[in-house]
Design a protein around this ligand. Structure first.
Ligand code: SAM
Length: 315
């Protein structure tokens, strides 16, 4: 970006729009922050962070650093996984006094494999307003660049760290047809790849989205049988942050077809039987009785239509 380009952005009329929106008091603002590239913060997030009375954050050092990069300085309240319930009480008292408070995590969207959900639950239960500001999340960022074609995804998050628990848990996912999204720590990425390869078919596609939005970003797709070799091919691969996406199991369409055919045959035989005709014999019945045949065809089309509609909604 040239200096001229960045000047153009700072004079955009849309910046004024951000300032003129409503930012109610006595409200908890859930603010997503970047997952790597600091400029991925939204204009609205910056405005809210400049407006609030305090920022509740997972790690005060990280958030202080982020705020400083944008010239922002606010009182910070530590709100991490070990004190969520107690801090919720403090935040509720301050919100009831009319304050605006932002909730952020170290990176991405609070409450998504990060602290925040218990605070939000308590604040909502106290009848106070919670206002979300959308922004970066590693799961959706990785999905958008994965090229795995599937309208459904199943967010798994972190797998159990212990091998046996991980193996058992992966066993429960074998029939999932949605794309599965895992978060993984760098020191466990190799174990994760090996465990996935042991639990699923070798030809299942897997995507490793590493260091998203950062300088050494890599997005690699391969069959599970090649996953371990890919990670081992470069010692740097066991460093950095990972989202792992696994293609879902193929939908069991063949079984559905067989079942639909079976039901249609029963229906057709019954209707023809009611009309006094042996199935498979030539139809010598009068015109009005033969008219039953199209009705069977209509019923068949309806059944197939229903089945196709339900299979479309489940892919
Ligand atoms: N709340 C965050 C979100 O909305 O994505 C997730 C926080 S979770 C504690 C951290 C995990 O998210 C990492 O271990 C990694 O699996 C994933 N992650 C975060 N940033 C990432 C990045 N830049 N590239 C790849 N994965 C990332």
């Amino acid at each position: 970006m040239t200096d001229q380009d960045s000047r153009a952005i700072s004079t955009l009329p849309v910046l004024g729009e951000t300032a003129h929106q409503a930012y109610p008091s006595a409200t908890l603002y859930i603010v997503a922050t970047p997952i790597g590239n600091v400029t991925d913060i939204t204009l609205r997030a910056l405005h809210v962070l400049s407006l609030v009375d305090a920022v509740a954050c997972e790690d005060t050092r990280n958030t202080a650093q982020l705020m400083t990069r944008f010239g922002l300085h606010k009182p910070l309240i530590a709100a991490h996984q070990h004190n969520e319930r107690e801090v919720a009480e403090t935040l509720i008292a301050r919100l009831q006094a009319g304050e605006r408070i932002a909730l952020v995590s170290d990176a991405g969207t609070p409450g998504v494999s990060d602290p925040g959900a218990r605070i939000v639950d308590a604040v909502r239960a106290a009848g106070l307003r919670v206002l979300p500001l959308p922004g970066a999340s590693a799961a959706v960022t990785a999905l958008s660049a994965s090229g795995l074609v599937n309208d459904q995804f199943y967010f798994v998050g972190f797998l159990p760290a212990k091998a046996k628990q991980r193996e058992n848990f992966l066993g429960t996912l074998r029939a999932v047809t949605a794309t599965m999204v895992f978060y993984e720590a760098p020191h466990r990425i190799l174990d994760c790849a090996v465990a996935l390869a042991a639990a699923f078919e070798p030809e299942r596609e897997v995507v490793f989205a590493r260091e998203l939005t950062k300088m050494f970003e890599e997005i690699h797709r391969c069959p599970l049988s090649e996953a371990e070799a890919w990670i081992k091919a470069d010692p740097h691969r066991e460093k950095g942050e990972f989202v792992v996406l696994l293609a879902g199991a193929p939908a069991a369409e063949d079984e559905q077809d067989v079942e639909a055919e079976r039901i249609l045959k029963i229906l057709a035989d019954r209707m023809l039987g009611q009309a006094g005709r042996q199935p498979g014999r030539p139809d010598h019945r009068p015109q009005e009785k033969r008219a039953l045949r199209p009705r069977v065809a209509v019923k068949r089309r309806r059944l197939i239509g229903d089945r196709e509609a339900s299979s479309r909604s489940s892919t």
